[in-house]
Write a protein that binds this ligand. Structure first.
Ligand code: SF4
Length: 215
């Protein structure tokens, strides 16, 4: 059968009768140790102790019986690791970046999440947009397969060294997989948000929300 690419976030019935798997979104793929213990507890209490990781930096807890599903969905940790995240956070990917990786040319995860949340307050989306950040040319965040890929680099802004990105566009995954290409180099991170906003409007059908369009 020809499947479309799916991210597995949400609740889905398994082929085994009365069992379900639930995919939870981990924003920018950052999970701290206490959260990991809590997820492991959920997998033991509601499933069979198994959990699976996805290429989009999220996780799946399988084998949850119908009878336990409602209680599982009430667990407080699902407020952070949602089964129905906002659309840009849902498909946002980021490599580790300068906070914990010595190769990094820029900070990625915190910046990526903060910027995408700001864009979500400004834009209405008509389709998902996959934004991938990677902190250096090692490309752990795979910007080449993103709708909008951002690769960390050093730039000059107002005569000083600053953090910036090279912009990649045109990446596709699934049946028509295709690597995107670098279309613009050296955008200072401080100037990036309006660039992303314009791209989302012009190339991906996003619309300014009423309040944002009046600013
Ligand atoms: S892409 Fe570079 S900065 Fe990001 S995790 Fe990989 S090596 Fe580190």
């Amino acid at each position: 059968m020809d499947w479309d690419k799916r991210d597995h976030i949400g609740v889905y019935p398994q082929k085994q009768a009365s069992l379900n798997y639930v995919g939870l979104c981990v924003p920018i793929g950052r999970l701290y140790a206490p959260e990991m213990f809590e997820i492991a507890r959920l997998a033991e209490v509601y499933g069979n102790g198994e959990m699976r990781l996805t290429v989009e930096q999220n996780f799946i807890i399988p084998n949850i019986p119908d009878s336990r599903l409602e209680a599982f969905l009430q667990e407080p940790v699902l407020e952070k690791f949602s089964i129905a995240p906002t659309p840009l956070v849902r498909s946002l990917i980021s490599c580790t970046g300068a906070q914990f990786c010595n190769f990094a040319l820029i900070e990625t995860k915190n910046r990526a999440l903060a910027m995408i949340k700001e864009l979500e307050t400004e834009l209405e989306l008509t389709r998902p947009i996959r934004v991938h950040w990677t902190g250096c040319p090692n490309s752990c965040g795979q910007p080449q397969v993103a709708d909008i890929g951002l690769m960390g680099t050093k730039v000059r802004k107002d005569g000083k060294a600053a953090e910036g990105v090279d912009l990649y566009m045109g990446g596709k995954v699934g049946k028509a997989a295709h690597l995107g290409e670098c279309v613009q180099k050296g955008i200072p991170c401080d100037d990036l948000k309006p660039v992303l906003r314009d791209l989302m409007i012009e190339r991906f059908g996003a619309k300014l929300k009423q309040k944002a369009s009046m600013l």
